[in-house]
Design a protein around this ligand. Structure first.
Ligand code: FE2
Ligand code: FE2
Length: 278
Protein backbone atom coordinates (compact mmCIF):
# COMPACT_ATOMS: atom_id res chain seq x y z
CA UNK A 1 0.00 0.00 0.00
CA UNK A 2 1.19 3.49 -0.81
CA UNK A 3 -0.88 6.24 0.77
CA UNK A 4 -4.02 4.10 0.54
CA UNK A 5 -3.37 3.28 -3.12
CA UNK A 6 -2.33 -0.21 -4.07
CA UNK A 7 1.16 -0.20 -5.53
CA UNK A 8 -0.07 -2.16 -8.55
CA UNK A 9 -2.78 0.48 -9.17
CA UNK A 10 -0.17 3.22 -9.08
CA UNK A 11 2.04 1.20 -11.46
CA UNK A 12 -0.82 0.70 -13.93
CA UNK A 13 -2.01 4.31 -13.70
CA UNK A 14 1.50 5.75 -14.21
CA UNK A 15 2.25 3.36 -17.07
CA UNK A 16 -0.97 4.12 -18.93
CA UNK A 17 -0.60 7.86 -18.37
CA UNK A 18 2.93 7.92 -19.81
CA UNK A 19 1.96 5.69 -22.73
CA UNK A 20 -1.17 7.65 -23.65
CA UNK A 21 0.70 10.95 -23.56
CA UNK A 22 3.90 9.90 -25.32
CA UNK A 23 2.41 7.50 -27.89
CA UNK A 24 0.31 10.38 -29.22
CA UNK A 25 3.45 12.53 -29.30
CA UNK A 26 5.35 9.80 -31.22
CA UNK A 27 2.44 9.39 -33.64
CA UNK A 28 2.48 13.13 -34.33
CA UNK A 29 6.27 13.14 -34.80
CA UNK A 30 5.78 10.54 -37.56
CA UNK A 31 3.30 12.87 -39.25
CA UNK A 32 5.51 15.99 -38.91
CA UNK A 33 8.58 14.14 -40.24
CA UNK A 34 6.56 12.79 -43.15
CA UNK A 35 5.32 16.26 -44.07
CA UNK A 36 8.89 17.57 -43.97
CA UNK A 37 10.36 15.04 -46.46
CA UNK A 38 10.68 15.66 -50.18
CA UNK A 39 7.88 13.84 -51.98
CA UNK A 40 10.32 11.50 -53.76
CA UNK A 41 11.74 10.18 -50.47
CA UNK A 42 9.07 7.51 -50.60
CA UNK A 43 10.82 4.94 -48.41
CA UNK A 44 11.22 7.39 -45.53
CA UNK A 45 7.60 8.45 -45.98
CA UNK A 46 6.43 4.83 -45.85
CA UNK A 47 8.42 4.23 -42.69
CA UNK A 48 6.87 7.34 -41.14
CA UNK A 49 3.41 6.01 -42.04
CA UNK A 50 4.25 2.68 -40.39
CA UNK A 51 5.33 4.38 -37.18
CA UNK A 52 2.16 6.46 -37.25
CA UNK A 53 0.11 3.25 -37.32
CA UNK A 54 2.22 1.53 -34.68
CA UNK A 55 1.76 4.38 -32.19
CA UNK A 56 -1.89 4.79 -33.03
CA UNK A 57 -2.42 1.09 -32.25
CA UNK A 58 -0.46 1.49 -29.00
CA UNK A 59 -2.67 4.43 -27.99
CA UNK A 60 -5.81 2.41 -28.73
CA UNK A 61 -4.53 -0.57 -26.78
CA UNK A 62 -3.67 1.67 -23.80
CA UNK A 63 -7.27 2.96 -23.87
CA UNK A 64 -8.59 -0.58 -23.60
CA UNK A 65 -6.75 -1.23 -20.32
CA UNK A 66 -7.87 -0.16 -16.85
CA UNK A 67 -6.83 -0.47 -13.21
CA UNK A 68 -8.44 -3.92 -13.28
CA UNK A 69 -5.92 -5.15 -15.84
CA UNK A 70 -3.38 -7.69 -14.62
CA UNK A 71 -0.17 -5.74 -13.73
CA UNK A 72 1.85 -8.47 -15.49
CA UNK A 73 0.00 -7.68 -18.70
CA UNK A 74 0.85 -3.98 -18.27
CA UNK A 75 4.47 -4.87 -17.67
CA UNK A 76 4.49 -6.84 -20.91
CA UNK A 77 2.78 -3.95 -22.72
CA UNK A 78 5.40 -1.51 -21.36
CA UNK A 79 8.12 -3.73 -22.85
CA UNK A 80 6.39 -3.81 -26.23
CA UNK A 81 6.00 -0.03 -26.23
CA UNK A 82 9.62 0.33 -25.17
CA UNK A 83 10.58 -1.65 -28.25
CA UNK A 84 8.52 0.66 -30.50
CA UNK A 85 9.99 3.78 -28.85
CA UNK A 86 13.52 2.43 -29.39
CA UNK A 87 12.72 1.75 -33.04
CA UNK A 88 11.38 5.24 -33.72
CA UNK A 89 14.45 6.62 -31.93
CA UNK A 90 16.70 4.69 -34.35
CA UNK A 91 14.61 5.89 -37.31
CA UNK A 92 14.99 9.53 -36.20
CA UNK A 93 18.74 9.14 -35.74
CA UNK A 94 18.94 7.62 -39.25
CA UNK A 95 17.11 10.68 -40.64
CA UNK A 96 19.49 12.96 -38.73
CA UNK A 97 22.43 11.17 -40.32
CA UNK A 98 20.91 11.51 -43.81
CA UNK A 99 20.35 15.23 -43.22
CA UNK A 100 23.80 15.93 -41.81
CA UNK A 101 25.51 14.09 -44.66
CA UNK A 102 23.32 16.00 -47.17
CA UNK A 103 21.85 12.77 -48.59
CA UNK A 104 18.35 14.20 -48.19
CA UNK A 105 16.92 17.69 -48.02
CA UNK A 106 13.43 18.84 -47.13
CA UNK A 107 11.85 20.90 -44.39
CA UNK A 108 12.84 18.95 -41.29
CA UNK A 109 15.40 20.96 -39.33
CA UNK A 110 18.20 18.71 -38.01
CA UNK A 111 17.61 20.15 -34.52
CA UNK A 112 13.94 19.18 -34.76
CA UNK A 113 14.86 15.61 -35.71
CA UNK A 114 17.38 15.43 -32.86
CA UNK A 115 14.79 16.94 -30.51
CA UNK A 116 12.16 14.34 -31.39
CA UNK A 117 14.75 11.57 -30.93
CA UNK A 118 15.51 12.91 -27.42
CA UNK A 119 11.79 12.70 -26.65
CA UNK A 120 11.70 9.10 -27.88
CA UNK A 121 14.70 8.23 -25.68
CA UNK A 122 13.01 9.90 -22.70
CA UNK A 123 9.84 7.84 -23.32
CA UNK A 124 11.78 4.59 -23.61
CA UNK A 125 13.68 5.40 -20.42
CA UNK A 126 10.46 6.15 -18.48
CA UNK A 127 9.12 2.72 -19.49
CA UNK A 128 12.28 1.02 -18.28
CA UNK A 129 12.03 2.89 -14.97
CA UNK A 130 8.37 1.90 -14.57
CA UNK A 131 9.12 -1.77 -15.19
CA UNK A 132 11.93 -1.54 -12.65
CA UNK A 133 9.41 -0.34 -10.07
CA UNK A 134 10.33 3.33 -10.14
CA UNK A 135 6.98 5.06 -10.47
CA UNK A 136 7.93 8.72 -10.17
CA UNK A 137 11.21 10.26 -11.19
CA UNK A 138 13.39 10.21 -8.05
CA UNK A 139 13.92 13.45 -6.12
CA UNK A 140 17.58 13.06 -6.98
CA UNK A 141 16.48 13.31 -10.61
CA UNK A 142 14.77 16.71 -10.23
CA UNK A 143 17.68 18.61 -11.73
CA UNK A 144 18.25 16.08 -14.51
CA UNK A 145 14.56 16.06 -15.46
CA UNK A 146 14.53 19.87 -15.58
CA UNK A 147 17.68 19.91 -17.72
CA UNK A 148 15.86 17.64 -20.18
CA UNK A 149 12.65 19.65 -20.31
CA UNK A 150 14.24 23.13 -20.24
CA UNK A 151 16.23 22.18 -23.33
CA UNK A 152 13.04 20.89 -24.98
CA UNK A 153 11.33 24.22 -24.20
CA UNK A 154 14.30 26.24 -25.50
CA UNK A 155 14.18 24.22 -28.74
CA UNK A 156 10.43 24.82 -29.11
CA UNK A 157 10.93 28.59 -28.84
CA UNK A 158 13.59 28.36 -31.57
CA UNK A 159 11.37 26.25 -33.85
CA UNK A 160 8.45 28.65 -33.43
CA UNK A 161 10.73 31.62 -34.16
CA UNK A 162 11.94 29.97 -37.38
CA UNK A 163 8.57 28.72 -38.61
CA UNK A 164 6.62 31.94 -38.13
CA UNK A 165 6.49 34.10 -41.22
CA UNK A 166 9.34 36.64 -41.05
CA UNK A 167 6.75 39.40 -41.44
CA UNK A 168 5.31 38.49 -38.02
CA UNK A 169 8.05 40.60 -36.45
CA UNK A 170 6.49 41.00 -32.99
CA UNK A 171 5.82 37.29 -32.55
CA UNK A 172 9.25 36.36 -33.89
CA UNK A 173 10.78 38.75 -31.30
CA UNK A 174 8.73 37.17 -28.54
CA UNK A 175 9.81 33.67 -29.60
CA UNK A 176 13.44 34.83 -29.60
CA UNK A 177 13.05 36.21 -26.08
CA UNK A 178 11.65 32.88 -24.90
CA UNK A 179 14.55 31.10 -26.55
CA UNK A 180 17.01 33.31 -24.66
CA UNK A 181 15.11 32.95 -21.37
CA UNK A 182 15.13 29.16 -21.61
CA UNK A 183 18.77 29.00 -22.66
CA UNK A 184 19.58 30.91 -19.46
CA UNK A 185 17.40 28.62 -17.34
CA UNK A 186 19.00 25.60 -18.97
CA UNK A 187 22.50 26.83 -18.11
CA UNK A 188 21.38 27.52 -14.53
CA UNK A 189 20.14 23.94 -14.36
CA UNK A 190 23.38 22.61 -15.83
CA UNK A 191 25.31 24.60 -13.19
CA UNK A 192 23.15 23.10 -10.43
CA UNK A 193 23.70 19.66 -11.94
CA UNK A 194 27.45 20.02 -11.70
CA UNK A 195 27.05 21.14 -8.07
CA UNK A 196 25.23 17.90 -7.21
CA UNK A 197 24.80 16.42 -4.67
CA UNK A 198 25.60 19.49 -2.54
CA UNK A 199 23.06 21.55 -4.53
CA UNK A 200 20.22 19.15 -3.69
CA UNK A 201 18.88 20.99 -0.66
CA UNK A 202 15.16 21.66 -0.26
CA UNK A 203 15.44 25.49 -0.39
CA UNK A 204 17.64 25.47 -3.49
CA UNK A 205 15.51 22.93 -5.35
CA UNK A 206 12.34 24.72 -4.30
CA UNK A 207 13.63 28.03 -5.65
CA UNK A 208 14.82 26.29 -8.83
CA UNK A 209 11.34 24.84 -9.43
CA UNK A 210 9.64 28.17 -8.68
CA UNK A 211 11.79 30.01 -11.16
CA UNK A 212 11.30 27.39 -13.87
CA UNK A 213 7.57 27.29 -13.28
CA UNK A 214 7.16 31.03 -13.94
CA UNK A 215 8.86 30.78 -17.33
CA UNK A 216 7.20 27.51 -18.36
CA UNK A 217 3.78 28.98 -17.54
CA UNK A 218 4.38 32.01 -19.68
CA UNK A 219 5.78 29.91 -22.55
CA UNK A 220 2.80 27.56 -22.31
CA UNK A 221 0.43 30.54 -22.51
CA UNK A 222 2.34 31.95 -25.49
CA UNK A 223 2.05 28.57 -27.25
CA UNK A 224 -1.65 28.41 -26.46
CA UNK A 225 -2.18 31.86 -27.96
CA UNK A 226 -0.09 30.93 -31.00
CA UNK A 227 -2.09 27.73 -31.42
CA UNK A 228 -5.41 29.60 -31.25
CA UNK A 229 -4.20 32.26 -33.70
CA UNK A 230 -2.94 29.60 -36.14
CA UNK A 231 -6.19 27.64 -35.89
CA UNK A 232 -8.19 30.80 -36.57
CA UNK A 233 -5.84 31.59 -39.51
CA UNK A 234 -5.02 34.98 -37.98
CA UNK A 235 -1.23 34.77 -38.29
CA UNK A 236 1.16 33.85 -41.08
CA UNK A 237 3.42 30.87 -40.53
CA UNK A 238 4.36 27.45 -41.83
CA UNK A 239 3.46 25.91 -38.45
CA UNK A 240 1.07 22.96 -38.74
CA UNK A 241 -1.85 23.60 -36.33
CA UNK A 242 -1.22 20.18 -34.79
CA UNK A 243 2.43 21.11 -34.15
CA UNK A 244 1.31 24.24 -32.30
CA UNK A 245 -0.95 22.10 -30.11
CA UNK A 246 1.77 19.44 -29.72
CA UNK A 247 4.33 21.87 -28.25
CA UNK A 248 1.62 23.38 -26.03
CA UNK A 249 0.85 19.92 -24.59
CA UNK A 250 4.54 19.26 -23.94
CA UNK A 251 4.85 22.52 -21.97
CA UNK A 252 1.74 21.62 -20.02
CA UNK A 253 3.23 18.21 -19.22
CA UNK A 254 6.43 19.86 -17.93
CA UNK A 255 4.32 22.11 -15.67
CA UNK A 256 2.62 19.07 -14.17
CA UNK A 257 6.00 17.44 -13.59
CA UNK A 258 7.25 20.58 -11.82
CA UNK A 259 4.13 20.53 -9.61
CA UNK A 260 4.63 16.85 -8.80
CA UNK A 261 8.25 17.55 -7.79
CA UNK A 262 7.11 20.49 -5.68
CA UNK A 263 4.59 18.26 -3.90
CA UNK A 264 7.30 15.68 -3.27
CA UNK A 265 9.61 18.36 -1.87
CA UNK A 266 7.11 20.03 0.43
CA UNK A 267 4.84 17.03 1.06
CA UNK A 268 7.66 14.97 2.50
CA UNK A 269 8.13 17.71 5.08
CA UNK A 270 11.66 16.61 5.74
CA UNK A 271 15.11 16.95 4.31
CA UNK A 272 15.56 13.33 3.29
CA UNK A 273 16.10 14.57 -0.17
CA UNK A 274 19.49 15.97 0.73
CA UNK A 275 21.98 13.34 -0.18
CA UNK A 276 24.19 12.95 2.83
CA UNK A 277 27.76 13.00 1.65
CA UNK A 278 29.53 14.27 4.75
FE1 FE2 B 1 7.43 16.39 -29.49
FE1 FE2 C 1 9.04 18.76 -28.29
Amino acid sequence: MLGGVRLSDAFIARSLDEIMFWSRIMKEHSLFLKLGFNCDDTELIQEADQFYQVFEAIGNKAQSFSLQTDPQQIKQFNSEVHQAASMIWAYKRKILNLLLTCKITGNNFPLLVDHTSREAAYFANRLTELNNGQLQPLPAAIIQENVFFLRIMADHAKFIGHLLDPSERKLVDQAREFSHDFDQLLYQAVDLESMRPQSETVPILDQFLDENRVSVKSLRDFKKTARDLIEACRIKSIIHPLLADHVFREADRFLHIIDAFEAQLTGNGNRNIVLDDH
